[in-house]
Design a protein around this ligand. Structure first.
Ligand code: NI
Length: 173
């Protein structure tokens, strides 16, 4: 497995709608494994393919947080929210493409998700809590949407300016 560089906002690739994955291939499984490696290393609880410049509908996540609890790496090709609760939940969200910036986002508390797993099988499962938030955040990435798009314009501009500065510093090394 190979760790891949994570794109930092602002980047045009983070604003694009990604294409569906037609058929699973070994190449796509390697990409998913690379994404898990990259996510765990960061460390983060979710990562979407466009965040490493791969414009395909693929997300990985693992929201197990309890110490000593077994990890649950999930690989989702073509994930889709098929139902959302009326109940809402607000979480302080962050993003590996927007390091060290956080903001409160309100989303449906529970979602039913359909996806194609690593073996090419269709899965449907209900998620709540942090899992539900994380899945919605990652699917947003596949549609070119970032969590800061839910924040007030002024706050969003402030974060974007900080990220531009960070990128200039990174480019200088
Ligand atoms: Ni993100």
């Amino acid at each position: 497995m190979t760790k891949r560089p994570i794109l930092i906002h602002p980047d045009p690739r983070l604003k694009k709608v990604c294409a569906s994955v037609p058929d699973l291939s070994d190449e796509l499984r390697v990409l998913a494994d690379d994404m898990l490696e990259t996510m765990y290393d960061a460390p983060g609880i979710g990562l979407a393919a466009p965040q490493i410049g791969e414009m395909r509908r693929l997300i990985v996540l693992d929201c197990v947080k309890e110490e000593g609890e077994a990890p649950r790496p999930l690989v989702m090709f073509n994930p889709e929210i098929v139902a959302s609760s009326d109940d809402l939940n607000t979480y302080e969200e962050g993003c590996l493409s927007i390091p060290e910036q956080y903001g409160e986002v309100t989303r449906p508390a529970d979602v039913s998700v359909r996806w194609i797993d690593r073996n090419g099988n269709e899965q449907t499962e209900d998620f709540g809590g942090l899992w539900a938030t994380c899945i919605q955040h990652e699917i947003d990435h596949l549609n070119g949407k970032l969590f800061i798009d839910y924040l007030k314009p002024l706050r969003r501009q402030m974060i974007t300016r900080k990220m531009q500065k960070l990128k200039r510093e990174m480019a200088r090394g």
